[in-house]
Ligand binder design. Structure first.
Ligand code: SP5
Ligand code: ZN
Length: 370
């Protein structure tokens, strides 16, 4: 399988608030570094390095990517990601090596259902975020754009493929991840929703365009609140997620959330009790796969998190390295003829992350050779 990587994704390196402490974010450049190292070592996977449009001489590349991102993300929000650090520097609120974290969040009031962005720089950091694990440092925007560009390029690669047999698939080593971002707020280490970038790109390139039926399978340990939000009323997009029950992001992910309007029935949440083992996980996975198959999508995006691993500091499922091959083979078995883009989301057990990714790719490809 083609694996896409961009060294610009290593630049973002920030902090998060955990308990009463500010510490280096678990979502770190070392994650991607260890995966790239592992995949280069074995050499079986087609690792390709992509150049970010921010470092390209051709300004039309950045323009094209931004127009894709802006289909689901607010321009004021994107400007905030781009400019906040420089604004804080200009006001001498921060040192070059420091990170912006929010101070005050938006919350429901009887007077305002949709408050405008505040002028105060401290307040703006909270207006455009929903938690304190999405700091902004001087290189954040560069990595966010590189990450979104990998998602976008993965769709171009997918549609360029002329495979003799089997459906094409591309794996994008996105970082920062995306599934917690709803297009107007950062949170859970996510700044731009890379799944949404894929879908907008697919709609812009494919013959079926806006009529394309698209499936999303979210396998990160955490519920993809941002992705769910973006497609909750969209009957052309089916979102299925397996995630830790009552875990972060806390306010979404219940099985009662089934979609809105014409899209009722196109959102499937499968929360799984903390501590669940592989057998319990596979039951939910099969449910998700059958629902996705019945939706008859022409294109699939997998949000792939490895924080379901038994040693992950943020997860609590009992899934081991060998299981990832079985999970991948299971997806490929049920959704065999679907062109698929796989996007990296979470996964924080650094010493095992590379082998877990490798196991998943091997399971995926073994199934393709059958
Ligand atoms: C992409 C991704 O995996 N983002 C996850 C971000 C989760 N950040 C918050 C983790 C909160 C941990 N709090 C521990 C409380 C004890 N359950
Ligand atoms: Zn996660």
């Amino acid at each position: 399988m083609i694996v896409l990587y961009d060294p610009d994704t290593l630049l973002h390196d920030t902090v998060e608030l955990v308990g009463a402490k500010i510490r280096s974010a678990l979502e770190s450049p070392a994650r991607t570094r260890t995966i790239v190292e592992k995949l280069s070592e074995s050499g079986e996977h087609g690792l390709r390095t992509i150049q970010s449009p921010l470092t390209s001489d051709d300004p039309s590349e950045l323009k094209a990517l931004l127009s894709i991102i802006e289909r689901t993300h607010g321009r004021e929000y994107l400007d905030h990601l781009k400019n906040a650090f420089d604004q804080w520097r200009a006001e001498q609120l921060i040192e070059q090596h420091e990170n912006i974290l929010p101070e005050c969040f938006v919350y429901p009031t009887k007077a305002h259902s949709d408050p405008r962005p505040p002028k105060d720089l401290f307040a703006r950091a909270g207006y455009f975020a929903f938690d304190m694990s999405s700091g902004i440092m001087f290189q954040t925007y560069r990595s966010v754009i590189a990450s979104a560009n990998l998602a976008s390029e993965s769709v171009s690669y997918l549609l360029d493929f002329k495979h003799s047999h089997g459906a094409p698939s591309v794996f994008a080593l996105c970082r920062p991840p995306g599934h917690h971002c709803d297009g107007n707020r950062a949170g859970g280490y996510c700044y731009v929703n890379n799944v949404a970038v894929c879908i907008s790109k697919y709609r812009s390139l494919s013959v079926s365009g806006e009529f394309a039926r698209i499936g999303i399978l979210d396998l990160d340990f955490h519920h993809g609140n941002g992705t769910q939000e973006l497609y909750y009323s969209d009957p052309q997009v089916f979102y299925a997620s397996i995630h830790g029950e009552d875990e972060f992001p806390y306010y979404t992910g219940a099985d009662s959330e089934t979609g809105a309007g014409d899209a009722v029935g196109a959102n499937l949440n499968l929360p799984l009790a903390t501590g669940s083992d592989f057998g319990e996980y596979m039951k939910k996975l099969n449910q998700a796969l059958i629902a996705l198959r019945d939706f008859r999508p022409e294109f699939l995006v997998v949000s792939l998190g490895f924080d379901t691993f038994h040693l992950d500091p943020l997860g609590s499922f009992q899934i081991s390295t060998e299981h990832y091959a079985l999970i991948a083979a299971g997806v490929r078995r049920v959704l065999a003829d679907l062109p698929t883009v796989i996007l990296l989301e979470g996964g924080y057990a650094l010493e095992h992350l590379g082998e877990n990714v490798k196991s998943f790719l091997e399971g995926w490809e073994a199934r393709m050779r059958e």
